[in-house]
Design a protein around this ligand. Sequence first.
Ligand code: ZN
Length: 292
Amino acid sequence: MKRFTITQFRAMYPNDDACLHKLFQLRFTGLICPKCESDKQFTRVKDRRAYNCPNCGFQIYPTKDTVFEKTTTPLTYWFYAIYLQTTTRNGVAAKELERQLNICYKTALRMAHQIKILMADKHIGKLTGKVQIDESYFGQKLANMHRKKRAEMYADGLNKHDNKTGVMGFLSDDNKLRFEVMRDTKTFKQRVRKHVSKDAIIVTDSHLGYKGLDITYVKHEVLNHFENEFKRGEYTTNGIENAWSNLKRTIKGTHIHVSVEHLQKYVDEVAFRMMNRDKQDVMFETILQNVG
Ligand SMILES: [Zn+2]
């Protein structure tokens, strides 16, 4: 497997100027000046995080509307923190960022949190082709939970019957993966329509919540999981089953407890890592593309 090594990383991003230029390229390549419509290449403004139009002087700030905008933390720190997230299977904790960058824990925690958000892939769009859909349940037994916490969970509309939080999973043939934590009262069908394009063929188990989707979709294949049917001809839910076991393993292996309110962010990151598992060489670039 091709790797993006630390040596390559350091050579590409030795200082804040190089990082800023990368952001400029990512966000404003081929820019036509919004003020004078000149297509001349913008140039760097000295001592500011800005580029300007050589014709009229209009300024562009590459960090504007990104996580880097309102931070005094050097861009090199951010880039390195993102790079670190691509080097291990389950990512790097805030404690490790604190140590490696020699920054305070609060800053490290904030960075780790913001980078997680960047790892929620915004560019996926609705899934097409053959799409496997399934639901799974996570979390602790309510019996072990404090009464107040339990009341909060009920208020959130979580599943009251088995005391766990439901997650719906979507996986397409071209390996696009989405998880949605079911924290509100939307129906299964509404969730499917939100994430899956109408021209798709959908494959689900026989849960009644999926019944009727054949009206919306080209085809709806129903596998009977109760009779151990996970594959019929070219239709299978084995891919999404694998994703569940991956997700469960990750939750067990890395976090002692993922609280309900952070679960969506967490599963987004896990999905991102699963989709980019064999793409470490481009993962850094992929994360950066989500900055703005
Ligand atoms: Zn201009």
